[in-house]
Design a protein around this ligand. Structure first.
Ligand code: FMN
Length: 206
């Protein structure tokens, strides 16, 4: 009986703490909790420590990624991770070879210095596949941030990649899958300010 009372008290305290979290407000009067704080504090990071993100941490991040909502649970994505420095260097080399018209620094720079590179490919045969990939990517970036890992969503490497058959082959996506976005990840060396957002784009239809 005493044990039952202790458990009930613990649950009540947990519920109170949890409700407290839901009801906290910041200086702007906005409701906040840990999820909202995580979303609001994430920023694109473009300066990283050289070490790749620990594989154990990446496992958690990808578990969050694949638990994103996705059309009909088709999970119409494929993900390739390049995090060994020598593999990253090889991939960049192949991309530079594939884009002789571009200055090598441009290909190199498009990864924004991130040591762990995640390539996401979609299945164009499914009309909502790009959305699936976007949602997976956001889960990756937000869960990463909650674990102290910075990220940057990168479109430009995809353009370079499309001209690089050898780099594409190296990534080894299944037939029919197209790389759609790259995510750079790593331990941040900067903490940029938020860029302005336009709240007027959202309107309630009465
Ligand atoms: C589809 C997409 C493509 C992007 N491509 C690049 C890119 O190629 N290089 C880059 O530095 N940032 C890229 N970004 C990051 C955006 O510039 C950044 O998210 C935006 O400026 C808002 O800043 P914040 O992420 O810090 O809030 C991309 C973001 C998205 C969603």
């Amino acid at each position: 009986m005493k044990l039952f009372g202790t458990i009930t008290l613990a649950l009540c305290v947990a519920a109170a703490v949890s409700c407290g979290q839901q009801n906290r407000k910041n200086e702007d009067g906005m409701k906040k909790n840990e999820v909202i704080e995580n979303i609001m504090s994430r920023r694109s990071i473009r300066q990283y420590k050289a070490e790749p993100v620990a594989r154990e941490t990446m496992d958690t991040i990808f578990l969050c990624g694949i638990n994103a909502p996705n059309g009909m649970n088709r999970q119409s994505w494929e993900v390739r991770v390049v995090d060994k420095p020598e593999t990253v260097a090889k991939l960049k080399e192949l991309m530079i070879t594939g884009n002789p018209e571009m200055k090598p620094e441009m290909v190199e720079g498009c990864f924004r210095n991130a040591p762990t590179l995640v390539f996401v490919a979609n299945d164009p045969a499914y009309d909502f596949s790009a959305i699936d990939c976007g949602l997976l990517s956001e889960n990756v970036m937000l869960s990463a941030w909650s674990l102290g890992v910075g990220s940057v969503c990168l479109g430009s490497p995809i353009r370079f990649l499309k001209n690089s058959p050898e780099a594409l082959e190296m990534l080894g996506f299944s037939e029919g899958y197209n790389p759609i976005i790259c995510i750079g990840l790593g331990y941040p060396l900067e903490s940029p300010d938020a860029k302005p957002r336009d709240a007027s784009k959202i309107k309630f239809v009465e």
